[in-house]
Ligand binder design. Structure first.
Ligand code: THU
Length: 136
């Protein structure tokens, strides 16, 4: 699975995000170790705090289907769905990634288009993160 295909998968679902309050559309495409792809969108709520981010939507869908190992995630987003800038993952989503992903190898790809993207390891975005192994 190349980066372009994963980016296309995220961009395709961007219009599905439910964002009546912020109008800030976010979409994610999560690549599992077996090469299956799960997309996610942000889903807002009138009470605001129950809002779920696109990245966690994707993880929830994949983990429900039994996936536990992941290689990469593409994230794209912008006001009114216009991808004018990169959309970095929030701290809560970084921590959810840390639960399942190797920080040294899991790649977080921020995309503005199939040609314009930035790539990071999870460790770069969440240094010294707290993971399952910290519980002993
Ligand atoms: N959002 C995400 O979906 N992912 C992030 O990592 C950052 C923020 C969403 C939540 C909310 O619906 C909107 O973007 C504005 O914060």
């Amino acid at each position: 699975m190349d980066r372009q295909t994963l980016i296309q998968a995220a961009i395709k679902v961007l219009p599905d995000s439910y964002v009546p309050y912020s109008h800030f559309h976010v979409a994610a495409a999560l690549l599992c170790k077996d090469k299956s792809v799960y997309t996610g969108i942000n889903i807002e709520n009138a009470a605001y705090s129950p809002t779920i981010c696109a990245e966690r939507s994707a993880f929830v869908r994949a983990v429900n289907d039994g996936h536990r190992e992941f290689e990469a995630i593409v994230i794209c987003g912008g006001k009114e769905g216009v991808l004018s800038d990169y959309c970095p993952p929030c701290g809560v989503c970084r921590q959810v990634m840390r639960e399942f992903c190797n920080p040294e190898t899991f790649r977080v790809i921020l995309a503005k288009s199939v040609e314009e993207y930035q790539e990071f390891t999870l460790k770069e975005l969440l240094p010294l993160g707290f993971g399952p192994e910290n519980l002993g």
